[in-house]
Design a protein around this ligand. Structure first.
Ligand code: PBG
Length: 324
């Protein structure tokens, strides 16, 4: 209907009217915090490339879990940075490694908090790749049993959810059968199903000391030019036994989030990655973008595109401002 019958500004005049017309809402429970766990004790070590985010030692995590739960957040995902790395990433499936100890500490202090363990080898390998590396390529099928062991190790420590982020073919099936064989059939699998070979992971690789020493991840992560392939990846992972699926990164992939939401019924995650965080923080520090409006708008956009849950380094900051 044309003007003057239609005056869309009528519903924008006051906060109460805008509230009435609002289509999308975002609550702390929609967000998942992400933590980097290191060896040592009493460690809260700031990450230069991610202002406001620190690496924490295991002894810090009991209290951190309480804070996250008190803020009403929808869970936490853990990344481990081991003291020693080796060719096969053995720290990823060490029951006394940083992540299993972190899970036990958090579950002890705050049993109700949803704890997700990222499952990948790149933080644990000396070459920095997400699987078994032969100097030129990552070997898919040799990597699968190692990922399965890492998932079982995290589940035995008490993780509610294991989240493979390696992008090997067949990893969801391998993990599901290993969990079943270990009588861990109730452990939820959140697959990073559509994970792109993105430049926006740069700050994470500094935080997790996981940059590949040679080559890059384009031989296993997805080409940012592709959209249909993302839907195929998501459908494959659901068929292999994933309960939840993720699109990553988030803001550069809002079209993928929307397409996935329209195609599947499983809960959909999106990951607002380190580069998205640091880009906003850097512009805010320079006074070029207004905080917190820019932060909240970025999160709202991801939700509006169709994500049920968003992993974000802004989770605690958002929750402090939107409590109750
Ligand atoms: C591990 C992993 C990465 C991220 C999550 N899991 C790094 C990568 O694939 O290089 C990136 C998260 C972020 O940038 O915040 N494979």
């Amino acid at each position: 209907m044309p003007f003057p019958e239609q005056r869309p500004r009528r519903l924008r005049r006051t906060p109460a009217l805008r509230e009435l017309a609002r289509e999308t809402r975002l609550a702390p429970a929609d967000l998942v915090d992400a933590l980097f766990v290191v060896e040592g004790s009493g460690v809260r070590e700031p990450i230069a490339a991610m202002p406001g985010i620190s690496r924490l030692s295991v002894d810090q995590l009991g209290d951190e879990a309480k804070r996250i739960a008190d803020l009403g957040l929808g869970g936490v995902i853990l990344f481990g940075i081991p003291a020693r790395k080796d060719a096969l990433g053995s720290g990823a499936y060490d029951a006394d490694g940083v992540v299993p100890r972190a899970i036990r500490a958090m579950k002890k202090s705050t049993p109700e908090l949803l704890v997700i363990a990222d499952v990948c080898l790149c933080e644990y390998t000396d070459h920095g790749h997400c699987g078994v590396w032969d100097g030129h390529a990552v070997h898919n099928d040799e990597t699968l049993p190692l990922l399965a062991r890492a998932a079982v190790t995290a589940a035995e420590a008490g993780a509610d959810v294991v989240a493979p982020s390696d992008m090997m073919d067949g990893r969801v099936r391998a993990i599901r059968s290993a969990l079943d064989a270990a009588q861990l059939e109730d452990t939820v699998i959140l697959s990073y199903a559509a994970k792109y070979a993105s430049a926006f992971y740069g700050p994470f690789r500094e935080a997790a000391e996981s940059a590949p020493q040679s080559g890059d991840r384009r031989g296993y992560q997805m080409d940012p030019a592709n959209a249909r392939e993302a839907l195929a990846e998501i459908e494959t992972d659901l068929a292999e036994g994933a309960d939840l699926v993720m699109v990553k990164p988030a803001l550069p992939c809002l079209d993928i989030v929307r397409a996935a939401r329209e195609r599947i019924s499983a809960p959909l995650f999106a990951y607002q990655v380190s580069g998205e965080y640091s880009m906003l923080q850097a512009a805010i520090e320079r006074g070029w973008l207004e905080s917190p409006r820019a932060i909240d708008e970025s999160l709202l956009a991801i939700r509006r595109a169709g994500a049920d849950r968003i992993i974000s380094y802004f989770a605690k900051d958002f929750a402090r401002r939107h409590r109750g």
